[in-house]
Design a protein around this ligand. Structure first.
Ligand code: F6R
Length: 241
């Protein structure tokens, strides 16, 4: 693992945005795996800045988002679909037909997950996967569990995740209890992975990610088995290292 520690969230955003833009410059037809949540916001702002300055062209890029809440359609402002359009896609030149999401309102969630998994495979897999980190060690919505789930699947969210994400909703009760998520195998097959974490509430999960034996009780620890992982942390998230 290549571990980089920055003094502020803004510095990580710049470095992470540059890293993703560099992947696109290296391979203009690359497939990006993208994350939502608070952590990537500055990285997306940097990608927009680079696009506006003419430094990077996203017209050949394909994207797959990591996950989506079950029961929220794309018109719901809390859907990850809406989040990505607001914070990135509407401000860069990625082609609408190259943007992929899980459909949280699909009539059959299992077959929706299989469709997504197949589509990723048919695109040749993910070239660069961006991840955030849950305070409970989740990556995408792969929650702590007795075993790693390989493929894209529906998942029941843990209480800790519902509590963490309640800040985006009117109340804790409005947070969906289920989601669809890429699996651990889907993520691990990415050619390279960038994981970013900021803030004190991620420090214990960051410590596990780096020092604990890989265990599905802390899904992020599986990244120790991946040959090309970059970890970007701010000093608060790194304070237990
Ligand atoms: C979101 C996702 C989640 C988040 C994680 C951290 O697509 O996959 O794993 O990355 O919950 O969220 P924030 O960045 O809001 O702390």
């Amino acid at each position: 693992m290549n571990i980089l520690i920055f003094t502020s969230k803004n510095e990580i955003g710049t470095a992470a945005g540059n890293y993703i833009a560099a992947s696109v410059t290296e391979n203009p037809k690359c497939t990006l795996g993208l994350a939502t949540g608070s952590t990537p916001l500055e990285a997306y702002a940097q990608m927009i800045k680079l696009y506006e300055s003419g430094a990077v062209d996203f017209s050949g890029v394909t994207t797959f988002n990591l996950d989506e809440y079950a029961g929220l359609d794309e018109t719901d402002e809390n859907s990850y679909h809406a989040f990505m359009h607001k914070n990135l896609f509407d401000s860069i030149n990625v082609l609408p037909e190259n943007i992929n999401f899980l459909d949280g309102c699909a009539p059959d969630l299992e077959s929706e997950c299989s469709r997504y998994e197949e589509k990723i495979e048919n695109c040749g897999g993910i070239d660069m996967q961006l991840l955030g980190l849950g305070s409970n060690g989740h990556i995408a919505f792969n929650e702590p569990a007795p075993a790693f789930e390989n493929a894209t699947h529906p998942v029941k969210l843990k209480e800790s995740t519902i509590n963490d994400n309640a800040r985006f909703f009117d109340s804790k009760d409005s947070v969906p209890k289920m989601a669809l998520t890429m699996g651990i195998g889907t993520i691990m097959r990415a050619k390279k992975i960038l994981i970013i974490a900021t803030g004190k509430n991620k420090a214990a999960a960051v410590r596990s990610l780096i020092y604990d034996n890989p265990t599905p009780a802390c899904p992020a620890t599986v990244l120790q088995f991946h040959p090309n992982v970059t970890v970007m942390l701010d000093s608060s998230a790194a304070e237990l290292l």
